[in-house]
Ligand binder design. Sequence first.
Ligand code: UD1
Length: 360
Amino acid sequence: MAILVTGGAGYIGSHTCVELLNEGYEIVVVDNFSNSKPESLKRISEITGKLFPFYQMDVLDKKALDQVFSENTIEAVIHFAGSKAVGESVSIPLAYYQNNVIGTVILCEMMKNYGVKNLVFSSSATVYGATDQVPITEDTMLGAVNPYGRTKLMIEEILRDLSESDETWSIALLRYFNPVGAHRSGRIGEDPNGIPNNLMPYISQVAVGKLESLNIFGSDYPTKDGTGVRDYIHVVDLAMGHLKALEKIRSKRGVDAYNLGTGSGYSVLEMVEEFEQVSGQSIPYTIVERRAGDAAICYADVTKARNELGWSATRGIHEMCEDTWRWQQNNPEGYSEESKIKQETRSPVLKTAVGLFMSH
Ligand code: UD1
């Protein structure tokens, strides 16, 4: 019995694959590499010393998805695959509705056909919109403010309808706050396309000298130092949350949403200072206008995840910055061709692992 991980080569997906393999789960990974690289899969194998089947395909491709379900005995699905850039979703909304919403519908149809009714869905705190009501509980009013957020909200509603129609489904909706950090090994981490939109990858690219200076979006928010406050969560803690959710849906039917955050908020300036301390580099910055759509302050109430999943984050901002910095220093170009060559000459595990990757 295996766990199907869609989008398993991506940032959160790859870290979750590592934790699943470490826990002894069998996994099957699908990814279309639209926002990830094959290299991350090789590194999952390298870190864990384990092999797993992989299909390069789109979840929109029904025939390919059917093949995955018919060739493997799938027990549950962790669904990460989807598009995630807020700005891009405003320019190409149809692509977002297609990839995220239609992709999830197709996946659920296939799960239904094969009698697989356990699903962990990668949602986001973005479903709370730009609320300033903190801490945010799972009962805080929902309301997305951009197409990306609306796709997450629509999917949550679709999954609730599905569960309503057939009580044998077990679904966890995981609402991530701000995922940062990287695996301790420095081998896998966040590899954004082009100039990063999010704070942590931007800071770390300034620290490593790839970008000159950080723009801080506003210093007149009603927060401790005027800059935006967020609930940053280490990606390995987040990955562990998926394992706990998986355990939960094996024993409980219906749909439940869980906030995955630390419950603490840090300002942009606090993150900059911590990163400077950890890296020993200075992070020059300029205060600019607020970014449209940004909330002043956003952090989670994590009581539900703690009580019902038995999960809470254990890694603080020091570790988040340390691990981000290790990843950034070791992989200044992300999973580039260069880092691929370097790794191939260094790791004998790699060749065995490559042998197992099955391309659709
Ligand atoms: C953003 C998305 C959110 C998504 C999340 C994924 C927007 C409006 N929101 O959240 O939908 O779920 O990423 O992780 O894009 N900041 C700067 N300078 C920068 C980048 C960010 O000052 O170059 C500030 C922001 O104003 C904010 C904080 O840093 O106060 C965090 O920003 P970011 O990392 O982009 O995350 P969110 O805006 O919380």
